[in-house]
Design a protein around this ligand. Structure first.
Ligand SMILES: Cc1cc2nc3c(=O)[nH]c(=O)nc-3n(C[C@H](O)[C@H](O)[C@H](O)COP(=O)(O)OP(=O)(O)OC[C@H]3O[C@@H](n4cnc5c(N)ncnc54)[C@H](O)[C@@H]3O)c2cc1C
Length: 375
């Protein structure tokens, strides 16, 4: 049987995780259901946060309810069963997904959009907060900020690290010390002029940058760098990049060298074509990209299209991600920095654009069209 033909009785689609691509898929199913397809959504959190709004949440510029999507509402509109639980394992030969509490789920098609986890924290007893899971970052941060730390650091030199440094400056006020520790280098994919602009913006907000060596240890009140320097710090946010959820190693799915699921151009596992994967958890074998929400968002429509076509007995169409994406880094002072490839510009217009994109994205899931009548 060709790999795109589903047997007649195969109609169980299990979605794991309410990640960005699955939100798009569920919205598409709400607008145009696929006849005969029973959909189950297994999700660990019922109100996932939109990644682009996380730094704004940390800064206190967005309210939590503005930045979250109501999964129950979306699943109901899509005619999907929602199970509030966590996937813990997979038996692809038996097509069964193990859950933490719920009995195992049988599937004909499976799709994983479960994001990534933080890279391991440095050893030591210092207060270091991983930014992932992003859905709980604001609550975890609020709990430790009750002490009002005077010296904060952000570890990680990517766009998320830079934006979080601006967010902490805004949240903690001008009296706090805020330091950015980008390790080997600030924004490694940006051009020299773009990096210089970001450096000026950080300096303008009184944010120190200590580059050149990774953090090797944490201690109460300090972070220790590999070159021996010591950075006074009561609270550090750890945003050094994405790692793969460890349980994938036991699934038998083909993984890349870092443990992310290898997928083809139809978003299906290269080893198990009945398994889709999207967002951070997936690596496109032919078109690897950095782990960013923008790519997860873009995968929603092709994922919906692929499932629709499979159900109609047709081959899914190949899809390619864009080569680069616009990154908008809010500086938490009414402006943002727009990064495009090696270039950067700063202005109030960029913050206006970012707010508009962020708000419109979340609103799309609150303003669902009426469901078509049952047939
Ligand atoms: C501080 C910060 C700011 C960022 N800002 C941006 C930005 O501005 N723009 C951008 O493009 N990217 C940004 N990113 C990157 C972005 O967060 C990720 O690339 C994006 O969230 C990935 O989306 P996803 O769909 O893969 O998964 P996620 O959005 O992480 O969603 C995965 C969902 O799956 C659930 N889940 C996980 N495991 C299981 C399980 N075993 N069973 C059931 N459910 C599970 C989780 O609870 C979660 O709801 C930022 C990252 C950080 C840390």
């Amino acid at each position: 049987m060709p790999k795109h033909v589903l047997p007649a009785e195969s109609r169980e689609l299990v979605l794991v995780g309410g990640g960005h691509a699955h939100l798009g898929l569920l919205r598409a199913l709400a607008m145009r259901p696929v006849p005969g397809l029973r959909v189950t959504l297994l999700a660990e959190e019922l109100a996932p946060v939109y990644s682009g709004m996380v730094p704004g949440l940390v800064a206190g510029l967005y309210r939590p309810e503005e930045s979250r999507v109501d999964l129950l509402r979306l699943a109901t509109a899509a005619g999907a069963r929602l199970i509030h639980d966590r996937a813990t394992g997979l038996d692809p030969a038996a097509r069964r997904l193990a859950c933490a509490r719920h009995p195992a789920l049988r599937y004909d098609l499976l799709s994983l959009d479960i994001g990534s986890v933080s890279r391991p924290l440095p050893p030591g007893e210092g207060r270091v907060l991983p930014v992932r899971p992003i859905g709980s970052l604001e609550a975890r941060l609020a709990a430790v900020l009750l002490d009002g730390p005077a010296r904060a650091a952000v570890v990680g030199g990517g766009a998320a690290g830079v934006e979080l440094a601006f967010s902490l400056r805004h949240r903690l006020g001008p009296a706090a010390e805020v330091t950015l520790l980008p390790g080997a280098g600030l924004l490694p994919h940006a051009g020299g002029a773009a990096r210089a602009l970001v450096r000026r913006a950080l300096a303008g907000r009184g944010i120190a940058i200590l580059e050149g060596a990774p953090v090797s240890r944490s201690a109460p009140g300090a972070l220790l760098l590999a070159d021996g320097r010591e950075v006074p710090c009561d609270l550090a946010l750890w945003t050094t990049g994405a790692a793969a959820p460890p349980w994938l190693r036991e699934t038998g799915l083909a993984l890349d060298a870092e443990g992310f699921i290898l997928i083809d151009e139809t978003l299906r596992s290269v080893s198990h074509p009945e398994v889709f994967a999207a967002g951070d958890v997936a690596t496109m074998a032919a078109h690897p990209r950095e782990k960013a929400g923008v790519y997860a968002v873009r995968q929603g429509p092709p994922l919906a299209d692929a499932i629709r076509r499979l159900m109609a007995g047709r081959a899914p169409r190949p899809w390619r991600p864009q080569r680069r994406a616009l990154a908008l880094i809010g500086t938490a002072d009414g402006e943002a920095i727009a990064l495009w490839g090696r270039f950067a510009l700063r202005g109030a217009w960029a913050w206006w654009l970012k707010r508009r994109i962020d708000r419109r994205w979340v609103t799309r899931f609150a303003e669902l069209p009426a469901m078509p009548p049952m047939r």
